[in-house]
Design a binder for this molecule. Structure first.
Ligand code: PLP
Length: 405
């Protein structure tokens, strides 16, 4: 399929290009030292990860350890309540550790093992990526250093405990505002000092090349499984596919399965409290071109051109940029990026829990909320939603802030 001069039959071979660009987005905006480290990972990825030994080991791990393939569930009661459109969810909440993040963490850690590395390093904000990587490190017997701002360490005590139980070393970062941005900087610095012994494992389809490509490829298992399962269940492709976008990994994984199909694709960003800068984290819808964390993409900027403060009720979505591939798909129009606000999201959270017996992560609830609106507009057909994770981590927050509705 050719869409806006982009040939999707050969898309994955040509995007990103060898320098890591999706159109004008992506690249490697890092020091020469880090460039050498990225080159090492890129070369290893392009040889090791294409080998049949690596592929069959990753397949076995996905089946025997992660519990893949995760199923697709038909949301019968919610669909009936909304009208005629049939809603389905891909159940990444049933992937081991309760979210999609383990898909790329297992891939990255397996690559680390094949490269002979002793240690994996990463940053974490809310702690979800840290827990997934600590799980992968425990599985493979790798050391694991997770950099985390002291503000986040206080806020996310249960995830800090999980990482420690899994044997990871949580490194407190006290610089600046002591949250995610400072943790990213500290983790990159530690990696630059010791890249011979360790590998950096990024948490989404962001960062310098080759990470946006690698994480997409590891996450594409979601879309590949979903396409096959949906065809088997219904005999047709879905009319629309919907996923939430923070950095963009669960959505990119899902979309990868459907880019070359006549399927409408929607990425959902958090509108939070509203359209004012600082009240949302919708970088694709409202952002402009810019470089941060080693890559060029669309980002939300403050008046000085620096990454703007962002907000979302979902801590996994409050990032001032998104992966370069999303910026590219946005510009060519292959994927439509839209928003839902906090209220719509919390309403969807309760609807899915009450009508279907599935408690979604607040991040994933954004996708559900958008699909509910879309279902009313479409009148007939089917929508496949990526349910990126389960909501157990959000219980205390929901009860405290919203009570039982
Ligand atoms: C981290 C997270 C997200 C957001 O990250 P993406 O890279 O955009 O997928 C979404 N859902 C859940 C459950 C998460 O843990």
């Amino acid at each position: 399929m050719i869409y806006n001069n982009v040939d999707f039959d050969t898309y994955f071979r040509n995007y990103p290009d060898t320098d890591g660009y999706f159109g004008k987005y992506g690249g490697q905006y890092v020091s020469d030292e880090l460039k050498a480290a990225m080159k090492e990972i890129d070369t290893a990825y392009n040889t090791i990860c294409k080998s049949s030994k690596f592929i069959s080991e990753l397949r076995r791990i996905r089946k025997e350890f992660q519990g893949r393939p995760t199923p697709i569930s038909h949301l019968e009661r919610l669909s009936n309540k909304l009208g005629n459109v049939q809603l389905y969810v891909k159940r990444e909440d049933l992937n081991h550790t309760g979210a999609h993040k383990l898909n790329h963490c297992m891939g990255e850690a397996l690559l680390a093992k094949y490269m002979g590395k002793k240690k994996v390093i990463a940053e974490t904000g809310a702690g979800q990526h840290g827990v997934a990587l600590a799980t992968a490190a425990a599985y493979f017997g790798l050391e694991c250093d997770i950099y985390m701002g002291s503000v986040d360490i206080k806020k996310q005590a249960p995830n800090v405990a999980r990482m420690k139980i899994l044997g990871a070393n949580v490194v407190e970062v006290t610089d600046g505002l002591a949250t995610l941005k400072e943790a990213v900087d500290a983790a990159f610095n530690a990696y630059a000092r010791d890249y011979k012994n360790c590998i950096y494992c990024i948490g989404s389809v962001v960062g310098p090349h080759p990470f946006p490509m690698m994480v997409r490829d590891f996450q594409s298992v979601v879309g590949i499984e979903a396409r096959e399962q949906f065809l088997e269940m219904t005999g047709l492709l879905p009319d629309a596919v919907v996923a939430c976008v923070g950095g963009g990994s669960n959505s990119m994984g899902m979309f990868a399965g459907f880019l070359n199909d006549p399927v409408d694709i929607y990425g959902v960003e958090p509108l939070g409290r509203g359209e004012k800068l600082g009240d949302h984290a919708a970088s694709l819808k409202y952002g402009e071109e810019g470089v941060m964390h080693g890559f060029n993409s669309l980002m939300l900027k403050d008046e000085n051109g620096d990454p703007a403060p962002v907000y979302s009720v979902a801590s996994g979505l409050d990032y001032p940029s998104s992966g370069p591939e999303h910026a590219f798909l946005h510009d060519i129009g292959r994927v439509k990026y839209d928003v839902v606000d906090d209220d719509e999201t919390i309403n969807a959270f309760f609807e899915l829990s009450r009508l279907e017996g599935i408690i979604p992560a607040i991040e994933s609830s954004h996708a559900v909320a958008y699909a509910m609106k879309l279902a009313k507009k479409m009148k007939r057909g089917s929508i496949l939603i990526n349910l990126s994770g389960r909501g157990d981590k959000d219980m205390d927050y929901i009860i405290e802030k919203y009570g039982i509705r």
